[in-house]
Design a protein around this ligand. Structure first.
Ligand SMILES: [Zn+2]
Length: 276
């Protein structure tokens, strides 16, 4: 003990600073700030949650889009906000939007009023649903304005979306949930514009938090293709926000630091032209 105190005194005496590693900054690429009729947390509370979790940027979308506008209005150096236009008014739209003639009216009106949108989504779309005329219209709208898409979709729907818009940049919400890593890799190789977002993605690490070898290899082979997300689709996700975003850190720490940094933050900086 005596020596420890002596060592500390020497450190202070010599002006040596103890350097504590800064936690990696995080980007949350799947943030819903739903507003129906009131959000779970105020914007002030949300900012405090982001700061506490080390989240320095978010991909914001909400149902209806009022929540996104509210978050965009409080963006700052400490919290960069990437707004996406959600094609939903109420929860039930999740099931029907792709066959609803009102969808394009919503998208066009929102975009006309708030031209700052960077993309459209998150939207839910599976299999043959992607062949609907409304989806074709939405994709054409995105293509003409170089907007990204944020798709909660299976492989079949992604194949159709990319056939409509081969140069699309599509953020793949949940990365197929439990789709085998080899299939995920096949998709990444097939579609250079596909970026895999990892909320609710199972199979990355085991019960003790150890990363599985196949996912480690996937991240190391394609470090520029992944994003993290919270998916605050229900209030309960806001209540556990710190835990959810913090839950990525144990497996990130098992990756080479450069790879971890890209997935946590760097890929979002590049994709959305953020301030690093
Ligand atoms: Zn979602």
């Amino acid at each position: 003990m005596k020596y420890k105190i002596l060592a500390l005194l020497l450190c202070f005496g010599l002006g040596v600073r103890v350097v504590v590693a800064e936690p990696l900054p995080l980007f949350d690429a799947h943030l819903h700030y739903n507003w129906e009729p009131t959000p779970r947390v105020t914007t002030g509370e949300a900012l405090r949650l982001f700061e506490a979790a080390g989240v320095h940027g978010i991909l914001a979308n909400s149902r209806p889009n009022a929540g996104t506008h509210a978050l965009y209005a409080v963006r700052s150096d400490k919290l960069q906000v990437v707004p996406f236009l959600r094609p939903y008014r109420v929860r039930a739209d999740v099931q029907t939007w792709f066959n609803d003639s009102q969808t394009m009216t919503l998208i066009e009106e929102e975009y006309r009023r708030h031209g700052y949108f960077v993309g459209i989504g998150e939207f839910h779309l599976h299999g043959e649903e992607a062949r609907s005329p409304v989806v074709a219209q939405m994709v054409r709208f995105a293509r003409e304005r170089k907007l990204m898409l944020h798709a909660h979709s299976d492989v079949a729907a992604l194949d159709i979306l990319f056939s409509l818009y081969p140069d699309a940049r599509i953020i793949w919400a949940h990365t197929g949930f439990s789709l085998p890593a080899a299939e995920v890799e096949r998709m990444l190789r097939t579609y250079p514009g596909l970026v895999a977002e990892l909320s609710y993605r199972s199979g990355i690490s085991d019960g003790s938090g150890k990363i599985f070898a196949e996912w480690r290899q996937l991240f190391e082979r394609h470090p520029e293709r992944f994003l993290l997300g919270s998916d605050t689709w229900i209030d309960e996700r806001w209540d556990r926000y710190g835990q959810i975003m913090g839950g990525y850190r144990p497996w990130l720490e098992q990756l080479p630091p450069g790879v971890a940094r890209q997935i946590a933050w760097g890929n979002a900086v590049r994709l959305f032209a953020l301030t690093p």
